[in-house]
Design a protein around this ligand. Structure first.
Ligand SMILES: [Fe+2]
Ligand SMILES: [Fe+2]
Length: 483
């Protein structure tokens, strides 16, 4: 729902996520490019016309880049800094390579430009990696202008090298992917070099020193790209505290001390969180949101309950301490748990995105049970004292966890709900949240809400129908110990 989301913007700069420091870093790559072009002009490697063209291209691409960044979902300052750092770094590497030997045109085959697009894909996303690759290929073509290699050839080589790297590099989960990326990158480079050499094809071309040297340079570039990727990746990850796939995977390990604490002290909450994680990951993936982030955030969303586990129904067996408490006191304890979770997560150094989701997972919803219980005793009771403090979910992942959290709690008590019952529970929870304005800041569209609803229903139907009851008498003898 985009209805209530109006933020102050100036030249596409969203002040919510971007400060003056970010604006400066944002324009760093085009500025570095223009600076390097001016240096090349003074070194007399380019004409004044070429310099003016390069400056115009730099400015134009800078503006287009700004527009593209404006459309990026969940863009934080870390992404801006990472992009500027990688972009400027790659420009300086290319500048240094062409400076090695300006009279050797094929020196540009050594450029490890694939590392730039792999790292952008890893830290930002695939779409942005593909788009920024075009910019880097254009900048690279200008940087090697003095080498007398055809500009179109330079552009095609630099672009295809990056695009293949983006397509082949899938995930850091499996280190083999880097090997796969390198071999396919090497093949692409070889094919391009052969095509470029076809212009002057003759039997001896194959053996010419230029041709052999080109192949060697392209091999060096792939090796250089792999070393850069592996070397820079952990630096950025740690330096900017970025939430990456490998960090999320390490946080999903059940041996994490915080998850162990929940498992031991609040086993009911642990089970609930695992279930919410399964539902939200699948729902997120159905609309293209970050499923892994949702899974991990769901594991941690209720850790605050471990401070007072028996105050929460999923950890109670028989005795309910709320029976002997006034509803105001019960509400105070329960309403506090998202903030206790956030506090614990902060203490354990979890990423901000996970802390935010924990804080937002109940939005500003009303604790109906205790509100009506209090109202029975005192009709003047304030509704606001029975609402969570919020904020309401700020991202799609947070909104989905908000839905799945309530859905899980509602279906938990049912032993064998029908498909129709499941559908009704899910729909009424979603409608309730929509009417209450809980998703106003989450960027979800109506179409996405419907997709999420269907996905959750399908998941629950699958889970409940998979629970096939064993015929007791016949199965007894199969159990270990015979009973
Ligand atoms: Fe909760
Ligand atoms: Fe929960």
């Amino acid at each position: 729902m985009n209805l209530a989301k109006k933020q102050k913007t100036l030249f596409f700069v969203n002040f919510k996520n971007i400060n003056i420091y970010n604006i400066l870093t944002l324009f760093m790559t085009p500025t570095v490019f223009i600076g390097l072009m001016v240096i090349q002009y003074f070194q007399q490697y380019m004409t004044v016309n070429e310099l003016l063209m390069a400056i115009s291209v730099g400015l134009l691409l800078g503006v287009l880049l700004r527009i593209e960044i404006h459309n990026q979902p969940n863009w934080y300052s870390q992404e801006t800094i990472t992009f500027s750092f990688l972009g400027s770094g790659m420009l300086l590497i290319m500048f240094a390579i062409q400076a090695i030997d300006i009279d050797l045109p094929i020196i540009f085959y050594m450029t490890p430009i694939a590392a730039f697009s792999i790292l952008i894909k890893y830290f930002i996303n695939e779409r942005f990696a593909l788009i920024s690759s075009v910019m880097m290929a254009v900048f690279g073509s200008f940087l090697f202008i003095a080498t007398d290699f055809g500009m179109w050839q330079l552009f095609i080589y630099l672009l295809l090298s990056q695009w293949f790297a983006v397509f082949m590099f899938e995930s850091i989960k499996d280190r083999k992917t880097l090997l796969k990326t390198s071999t396919s990158l090497l093949s692409v480079h070889f094919v391009l070099i052969v095509i470029f050499e076809l212009r002057t094809w003759s039997t001896w071309t194959m053996m010419s020193s230029d041709f052999i040297l080109s192949l060697v340079f392209s091999m060096v570039s792939v090796l250089f790209a792999v070393i850069l990727t592996l070397g820079i990746l952990p630096l950025i990850e740690a330096g900017f505290n970025m939430l990456t796939e490998s960090k999320l995977l390490s946080l999903s390990n059940p041996n994490h001390p915080l998850l162990r604490k929940v498992l031991v002290e609040a086993p009911g909450t642990y089970q609930h969180s695992v279930m919410v994680a399964n539902l939200s990951e699948s729902a997120c993936e159905s609309i293209g949101a970050n499923g892994l982030l949702a899974r991990v955030a769901a594991y941690y969303h209720d850790v605050g309950k471990a401070l007072k586990p028996h105050m929460f129904i999923e950890n109670q067996s028989g005795h309910n301490p709320h029976d002997s408490l006034p509803p105001e006191d019960s509400a105070r304890i329960i309403l506090q748990h998202p903030y206790d979770s956030a506090q614990l997560l902060k203490e354990y150094g979890l990423p901000q995105e996970i802390i935010d989701i924990a804080e937002q997972h109940h939005g500003t919803t009303l604790l109906k049970y205790f509100y009506y219980k209090a109202k029975e005793r005192n009709s003047k009771v304030q509704e606001s004292t029975f609402r969570y403090k919020g904020p309401i979910p700020q991202t799609k992942e947070a909104a989905i966890i908000n839905i799945c959290d309530s859905v899980e709690a509602a279906v938990r008590s049912k032993t064998q709900p029908t498909n129709e019952e499941i559908k009704q529970i899910v729909r009424s929870i979603i409608n309730d949240r929509l009417m209450d304005g809980q998703f106003n800041d989450s960027d979800l569209t109506i179409h996405e809400v419907l997709t999420i609803e269907k996905n959750i229903c399908d998941m629950l139907n699958g889970i409940f129908h998979a629970r096939i009851e064993y015929p007791k008498d016949n199965m007894m003898h199969l159990m270990p110990g015979g009973h």
